[in-house]
Design a protein around this ligand. Structure first.
Ligand code: CP
Ligand code: NVA
Length: 306
């Protein structure tokens, strides 16, 4: 594993290894045990989009591992003024030990990883959000005691979260249902790739417009914003189309009694989820957010430690 760009690129065993390390880091963190295994290393963190969780969890995680996180807003570096990704990669690899990037085009991250001789971590693109789903798998495992055989239901936009959830479930043998409006279905290429993983693990993938079909027997119910970063101009139209996909108490009750509610955050109460559900007793959103720290420490340690 040189980079962490898509869960589809990893084997089931590699994902399991990351999850085991994340759980170990979490336990030891609570016990006050620290590991300065990235002492003297620097992670460049390129952000072309806003962030609360990703920025803070990477900065804190890198610090806890004894390394240094360097925040690089794309507005402030020459990349934002048209310097090529190739030149940026060749320069940054001379200074840094790893690059984390959050941006729009997924192809930009692939290009950066192709040219940089140091690890590249995808911290969200328009296509994928693998760091989030690694933390989500950790959270699901903590609550359910297993991953294989669970039913993971995602309701909403067929976006970067839906895509990474499909990849994560396919790899780990989790049955997955994705309910989206017809015009907001997941990307065809991602679906085809994910189908290979589902075939291999033996889990089921259901793509539907019917929220009720998706919710039946769900162990995990997940949603995300209807208006992702960069889609602000489509907001009015999207709010109309997605309203039948809101997770309210009535819909949530269609899942298993002990189903957990998850959301990558930021959340918009009253749109993709009602306050009763996201602030209710089955919601695990803040454990999920915390796990970003532990899961990403596992990724950084695996990619960057000597
Ligand atoms: N879930 C997530 O990635 O949050 P941020 O946009 O705040 O980083
Ligand atoms: N789909 C959302 C996820 C935010 C973490 C977005 O891309 O804005």
């Amino acid at each position: 594993m040189k980079d962490f760009i898509s869960l589809h690129d990893l084997t089931k065993e590699e994902i399991e290894g990351l999850l085991e390390l994340a759980l170990k880091f979490k336990k030891e963190n609570k016990e006050g045990i620290s590991h300065h295994i990235l002492k003297g290393k620097t992670l460049g963190m390129i952000f072309s989009k806003s962030s609360t969780r990703t920025r803070v969890s990477f900065e804190v995680g890198m610090t806890q591992l004894g390394g240094y996180p360097l925040f690089l807003s794309s507005n402030d570096i020459q990349l934002g003024r048209g310097e090529t990704i190739y030149d940026t990669a060749k320069v940054l690899e001379r200074f840094l030990d790893g690059i984390m990037i959050r941006t729009f085009a997924h192809s930009d991250v692939l290009e950066l990883a192709q040219y940089a001789d140091i690890p590249v971590i995808n911290a969200l693109t328009d296509l994928l959000h693998p760091c989030q789903v690694l933390a989500d798998l950790q959270t699901a495992y903590e609550y359910k005691g297993k991953l294989e055989g669970l039913k993971f239901t995602y309701v909403g936009d067929g976006n970067n979260m839906a895509h990474s959830i499909m990849y994560g479930c396919g790899k780990m043998g989790i049955n997955c249902a994705i309910a989206t409006p017809y015009d907001y279905k997941p990307n065809d290429e991602v679906v085809e790739n994910a189908k290979e993983d589902f075939k291999k693990s033996g889990a089921d993938l259901l793509l539907t417009q019917d929220v009720h079909e998706a919710m039946k027997d769900a162990d995990i119910v997940y949603t995300d914003t209807w208006v992702s970063m960069g889609q602000e101009a489509e907001k009015a139209e999207r709010l109309k189309v997605f309203m039948p996909y809101q997770i309210d108490e009535k819909l949530f009750k269609e899942a298993k009694d002990d189903a957990i509610f998850m959301h990558c955050l930021p959340a918009y109460r009253g749109y993709e989820v009602t306050a009763e559900v996201i602030d209710g007793k089955n919601s695990v959103i803040f454990d999920e957010a915390e796990n970003r720290l532990h899961a990403q420490k596992a990724v950084m340690a695996t990619l960057m430690a000597d």
